[in-house]
Design a protein around this ligand. Structure first.
Ligand SMILES: [Zn+2]
Length: 233
């Protein structure tokens, strides 16, 4: 969320501002990111980078909304939308080995009009899930991504192979048939952000070699749990 100390556009502190690097990517799939308020204050979060890169995408910070149409501000067919499911691939039987985006009902991935991502750590995302029962009307999707996250060691991952929100979106877009450039541009932006963050972190370590003053901020311990065999949203 923007504060007086952050960029009003990307919500990052000045040293992490990525506005100059944000691509403009046209996608056929509409995108909605519902972000837990606590995650919106997290400097390492990527939801804002994602939604700024995809014009027309909708980014909402809060806990609950009355319906998909209300949050999108236009009529939508919920049955043609998917939500990245808060669960693990173990709930999907048989467990798909190939990387892909799979509907939890075991059917073939339908042609989707839009995708919802829940942004927050596991607990926050679960809160968003339960407070928005209309999500149950959407196709619940699980992502089996074999791409390793660039997040480590910036944010500690509770389980192996968790992806950031922007990485999860890049993977989903690719499995939803968006162009390769879409996925590549999102991953490139994320890599640039990580470079910036690592640079800042290194600067902090150099000024405080003992590491005592380096903010091992609580947000470093939280995680946006998008992932692989351990998906959340
Ligand atoms: Zn900015």
């Amino acid at each position: 969320m923007a504060t007086k100390n952050t960029c009003s556009n990307c919500w990052k502190e000045p040293t992490l501002c990525v506005c100059a690097m944000i691509p403009q990517i046209k996608t056929r799939t509409r995108l909605l990111v519902l972000q837990h308020p606590q995650e919106a204050r997290n400097q390492w979060g990527t939801a804002r980078l994602l939604t700024l890169s995809v014009p027309g995408s909708v980014h909402r910070v809060g806990l609950s909304w009355p319906s998909l149409a209300k949050v999108m501000g236009s009529p939508v067919q919920a049955s043609r939308w998917g939500v990245l499911f808060l669960g693990t691939l173990k709930q999907y039987k048989p467990v798909p080995e190939a990387p892909g985006l799979y509907p939890l009902n075991g059917k073939k991935l339908p042609k989707l009009e839009g995708l919802v991502l829940l942004d927050g750590n596991w607990k926050q995302s679960k809160t968003l899930w339960w407070r928005n029962p209309w999500l149950l009307r959407l196709h619940r999707l699980v992502l089996n991504s074999q791409a390793p996250s660039l997040y480590t060691p910036l944010r500690r991952q509770p389980r192996k192979a968790c992806l950031s929100t922007i990485e999860a979106a890049a993977e989903c877009f690719s499995f939803l048939g968006e162009s390769e450039q879409t996925s590549a541009a999102l991953k490139q932006l994320f890599a640039s952000f990580i470079d910036l963050a690592n640079h800042r972190r290194q600067g902090a370590l150099d000024s405080h070699p003992s590491g005592e003053m380096v903010p091992a901020a609580p947000e470093l311990l939280s995680n946006t749990d998008h992932g692989n065999n351990s998906r959340s949203a």
